[in-house]
Design a protein around this ligand. Structure first.
Ligand SMILES: [Mg+2]
Length: 274
């Protein structure tokens, strides 16, 4: 194919993609993205249980490490110290835990290869046990959106792995987290990745739902999405309590809900659902 044919071929392609784009309804939403921690499930009990399981695992399998770091308090101090050592990596909680494990394995005279992955897995397996902490109506909300054929994705700042949560994975077409995006919300990177992985052609075709006014609502608004602020989870994260007036006034979401249970009527009002 010579260059002029290529150009013609390219013009046809871009013309046809323009036609496809024009056929899309500008009022339609092609994807709903959810934050996870404190939006779909209560985060605090999940994290505390995972941290307890992790400590028990260290005690049972690596007494040499447990002697140096006997409780969650010593482990938290170590985590904060390692996060300071790797400021450019602190968005990735899994990587930080692995760096901590590598360090303590060496201190205890163990081979990091024998420690890092198994101990991290012990934490993560428990971190993914979220089904008993789902907010009321979470499953009903996800089932109804799925039943009406709307794509859903997750955009989380945590390290839960949706693909490993058997009761939830079938609802989500994709899951963005700091590890996949290389940054945490409110950075635009997780939203850019979600847009790429979604059925949406533009941010205005996505509705993002989350509990953090800064990381979810204001960041998604900046990116160009419609937003829903679920206020129930913000009590634990401290977000609502610590908000300065300016932060609230910068953007409170297109709608504010006290709980996930109130979401379906809003989506019907917006004609996202029948
Ligand atoms: Mg959250």
């Amino acid at each position: 194919m010579d260059i002029s044919s290529l150009l013609t071929f390219g013009s046809i392609l871009s013309f046809s993609s323009l036609l496809i784009h024009r056929q899309r309804d500008p009022q339609k939403f092609y994807c709903i993205t959810f934050d996870l921690d404190d939006t779909i499930w209560r985060c605090r009990p999940v994290i505390e249980r995972a941290a307890d399981t992790f400590m028990q695992y260290l005690h049972s399998n690596y007494p040499e490490i447990a002697k140096l770091y006997p409780t969650k308090t010593e482990w938290r101090t170590l985590s904060a110290q390692v996060a300071k050592e790797y400021p450019d990596k602190k968005y990735d909680l899994s990587l930080l835990r692995k760096l901590c494990l590598e360090k303590v394995a060496k201190e205890a005279g163990l081979n990091p290869i024998d420690v890092v992955e198994p101990a991290h897995k012990a934490f993560l397996d428990e971190r993914n046990q979220v089904m008993d902490q789902l907010f009321p109506d979470a499953l009903e909300v996800l089932k109804e959106i799925q039943a009406q054929g709307i794509q859903m994705g997750a955009i989380s700042n945590g390290n839960a792995v949706v693909a490993d949560i058997s009761g939830l994975r079938d609802f989500f077409a994709f899951a963005v987290n700091p590890e996949t995006a290389g940054a945490k919300k409110p950075s635009m990177l997780p939203f850019e990745q979600a847009l790429k992985w979604s059925n949406a052609n533009a941010p205005c075709e996505i509705i993002h739902i989350g509990d953090s006014i800064t990381s979810d609502v204001q960041a998604a608004q900046k990116f160009g999405c419609r937003t829903v602020w679920i206020k129930s989870g913000s009590i634990w994260s401290g977000t609502a309590a610590s908000l300065a007036g300016d932060k609230v006034n910068n953007g409170r979401g297109d709608v504010e809900l006290n709980s996930l249970s109130e979401l379906l009527p809003v989506l019907r009002r917006w004609k996202v659902l029948r």
